[in-house]
Design a protein around this ligand. Sequence first.
Ligand code: NAD
Ligand code: USQ
Length: 396
Amino acid sequence: MRILVLGGDGFCGWPTSLHLSASDHEVTIVDNFSRRRIDDELGASSLTPIESLAGRVAAWHEVTGRTIDTIELDVAQDYDGLLAVLERVQPDAIVHFAEQRAAPYSMKTSATKRYTVDNNVNATHNLLAAIVESGLDPHVVHLGTMGVYGYGTAGVRIPEGYLTVGMHGADGEVIETEILYPANPGSVYHMTKTLDQLMFAYYVKNDRLRVTDLHQGIVWGTQTSETELDPRLINRFDYDGDYGTVLNRFLMEAAVGHPLTVHGTGGQKRAFIHIQNTVQCIRLAIENPPATDAGRVRIFNQMTETHRVRDLAEMVARMTGATISYVDNPRNEAPENELLVANDGLIELGLFPLTLEDNLMDEVLDVARAYVERADLDRIPSVSQWVRPRRVPAAN
Ligand code: NAD
Ligand code: USQ
């Protein structure tokens, strides 16, 4: 298939592009390198030394003989450019990773809130409008997030996107209908993903687009079987207080001798998936597209296991001898929650879930230890505050 990967220079996008290319698909990466610029803005950088995109695809060609095309383009700002790319490439599938994805960055300032909304909402809407204008019928595979559901669902197994509800009709009879699972975002970033959901639902209903929305959990790990082929293909490893995600941060902190930074009690339970499974899920979704007249967005929960943050910290501490530091939680989130998630869709398509028991944490520790000298310990604390004091106190 011809596949466009929007955001193909990022943490998930780069290994996905390689995996799709290795699976005999023709891949074109579109990226505006905003992620690399945000690193400069934050004074942060990937723990692993990542090549330029040009260097990465040249290395991939040298190692495998396969070609990946690249296009520098801002999907959120350059609508005409995006339309021209669609008309030129005529993709069978489009993977859409091109959004600002860090919750802490989205909560930093009003500027980063507005940037996150402008970038993410416009990127998604430009893509949908351009597909309609092009007259093409590519299958859109979007990376959404488990965070659209919120984390307040004790006892309920979160379904894959939809909920059947009963409402009382005028005569008291119960009328059943299916709705999108109620959105309950926990950050401005997560809010943009809930807005994406509505845009997909509308364009599928009105224009019969084919869309798969993958509600992904927290991705951990660094390398995949393709990025391991050559040091120049190495994936990025974010550890800073904005972009580093919890398990990779704990493993990196253990490697550099920093206490593991548990927010609050660490009672937050979240969904996780290893990057090797991420790339497989996306290939499975692409190679098994929904029918043209499916009539609704296909939604899969892309995760393989759930863990409480403090349990992860204890596990990493046992493995490495690291100490745990329970720090004030900068976020506005429930201190404890339960989380049960249905993930049958991708497993039925052939996903073989990797879990923490598969010894992959050692691999992440090895990568972190190999690049310890690149770590800037000042970048570790997560200082983006969800709630700031108000000059005029809220009424209640
Ligand atoms: P990332 O920031 O590493 O990659 C995103 C890429 O998109 C970057 O290369 C960036 O330069 C590019 N980009 C952003 N806005 C763009 C625009 N307007 N035009 C063109 N390119 C643009 O993020 P990631 O971790 O690879 O996440 C990819 C997607 O997966 C995101 O949408 C994210 O919400 C979702 N996701 C990620 C995780 C995770 O744990 N990393 C978990 C769940 C969902
Ligand atoms: N946390 C700590 N210590 C840390 C970092 C985080 O205790 O050093 C806690 C946070 O307070 C939170 C949990 O760990 O309770 C997860 O935080 P995270 O930064 O690992 O993940 P999150 O902000 O939820 O975002 C990440 C990705 C985002 C994706 C989301 C999937 O950055 O793109 O959408 O995971 S999910 O969480 O399922 O919504």
